[in-house]
Design a protein around this ligand. Structure first.
Ligand SMILES: Cc1cc2nc3c(=O)[nH]c(=O)nc-3n(C[C@H](O)[C@H](O)[C@H](O)COP(=O)(O)OP(=O)(O)OC[C@H]3O[C@@H](n4cnc5c(N)ncnc54)[C@H](O)[C@@H]3O)c2cc1C
Length: 423
């Protein structure tokens, strides 16, 4: 059992989350974020790193360890972690609710924080200005900018790639991102006290894993379009869950349902790090929000259901206070939602969490490094797995590791080249 010993090992053994914090900390002469040949945001080495630089990265990287948990202010649920407050809800603003991924709770909370003067701005990702298929970090200070960054972007993002400069600027801001991005910020807080002072609110979405950018290019090709012609692309939103939508400079438009995007014959590769993730439900965040799916025959249905509903969880006292304040100020609406409903609706995260221990065992047996998940109840959850679940997770990861399918290109290799053939 061992943790990765260098940034090269983190990247090459598929443990990097792609957040960009390492590149921000060491600067562009050492590391730059770019799309790797596999289609993930990865640090690209510009020169060899010295021992001190390696150590600085290893201390904060969530690919190596997640140890900066949000304070456990409630007894954690075995799968879903600490829940000081659990509800279903949505943004009260109709526009936010319509545009956003689900019910717009994350966007509404971010808007509330800016408009109430709690923070100077919000660090989050949005559509890249030079490519509608890619993402880039934004420091948003107005409602319009925050709303324009709403929606789920199922592709690589590096929201922390400018975090060092933002901390140096002295500004106070909220963060919205994936659970692993928040985990890195909590790690950073352990070595840089400015994080807790300047980033009082960390919000996350529930995350089942982030695919390679190749998945997005595959969608474009499946619509019979060339990616260079695309001028607008969204994965969902504009309704709930909202259709995947593409528009070209020539005026052609295409769309397909959520299930056609994710559960038809589209091939997509999730990051290996996502397959061994122990924190899909954002345990390090102050508030985490996911879908509150319509249930049909005991299972979540992804059919278009009109106005969206989130389920959201406050993990900390500060997060619970934020929700109470946003309710009083009229930014969000909420209704009762039980733990039993959560367990039934997000059972995929139960399966995932129970499998982590056995996946890590597969890596350990083959001498591969893996992240240390302090406080995320990996053993407790793993022991609740059935023998069938244990064997499937262990055998799958063992085979993947033996076939070197957890590996990625070295940090000195080139960038992603999209396939331009249309289908
Ligand atoms: C990769 C991925 C996996 C997901 N997996 C699940 C899942 O397993 N279960 C589930 O219930 N829901 C999942 N979602 C949907 C997500 O939970 C919804 O965004 C959430 O319901 C919040 O809804 P909202 O309407 O409040 O979000 P919005 O108000 O639309 O806000 C979404 C926020 O997320 C940020 N964001 C979007 N994409 C990214 C990204 N790639 N990296 C960093 N920040 C991003 C946006 O900048 C915005 O601030 C996933 C989303 C993504 C992007």
């Amino acid at each position: 059992m061992r943790a990765a010993a260098s940034i090269e090992e983190i990247v090459e053994r598929g443990l990097c989350t792609g957040c960009g914090a390492c590149a921000s900390l060491l600067g562009g002469d050492a590391l730059r974020m770019d799309m790797s040949p596999e289609g993930f945001m990865r640090p690209r080495g510009q020169r060899p790193l010295d021992k001190g630089e390696q150590q600085a990265v290893l201390e904060i990287c969530a690919g190596r360890a997640q140890h900066g948990a949000a304070p456990a202010e409630a007894k954690p649920h075995r799968i879903f972690g600490a829940m000081l407050h659990l509800a279903k809800g949505h943004a009260t603003d109709k526009e936010i609710r319509f545009w956003s991924a689900t019910g717009g709770v994350l966007t509404a909370l971010a808007v509330y924080l800016v408009e109430s003067g709690e923070v100077d701005g919000v660090l989050q990702i949005g559509v890249a200005s030079d490519n509608p298929l890619h993402n880039e970090p934004r420091f948003n200070t107005t409602r319009e900018q925050i709303v324009a960054s709403s929606g789920s972007r199922y592709g690589p993002s590096a929201p922390l790639k400018d975090i060092a400069a933002l901390l140096d600027s002295g500004r106070r801001f909220a963060f919205v991102g994936k659970p692993c991005d928040v985990a890195t910020l909590r790690n950073l807080a352990l070595v840089d006290p400015r994080v807790d002072l300047q980033i009082p609110y960390m919000l996350a979405m529930v995350c089942g894993g982030n695919p390679s950018i190749a998945a997005t290019y595959n969608i474009v090709r499946r619509f019979g379009e060339d990616h260079r012609d695309v001028d607008e692309f969204r994965y969902r939103g504009h309704g709930w869950p909202g259709r995947t939508y593409l528009h070209t400079r020539q005026g052609r438009a295409h769309s397909q349902s959520y299930d056609e995007t994710w559960f038809s014959n589209l091939t997509y590769e999730l990051m290996f790090r996502c397959k061994i993730c122990a924190d899909g439900t954002g345990e390090h965040a102050d508030v985490v929000a996911g879908d509150c799916w319509v249930m049909e025959d005991g299972k979540p249905s992804h059919r278009e259901a009109g106005d969206g509903w989130n389920m959201h969880i406050a993990r900390t006292v500060r997060g619970r206070q934020l929700i109470e304040d946003a309710l009083v100020a009229g930014y969000i609406h909420e209704e009762a939602f039980s733990v039993a409903e959560l367990e039934a609706m997000h059972d995929d995260h139960g399966t995932k969490k129970r499998s982590v221990l056995w996946r890590l065992a597969g890596l350990a047996l083959t001498g591969q490094p893996f992240p240390c998940y302090g406080g995320l109840r990996v053993v407790q959850a793993g022991l609740a797995a059935s023998w069938r679940e244990r064997w499937a997770a262990f055998r799958g990861t063992l085979a993947r590791s033996l076939k070197r399918r957890n590996r990625e290109s070295p940090i000195t290799s080139g960038t992603f080249v999209p396939d331009t053939k249309t289908s």
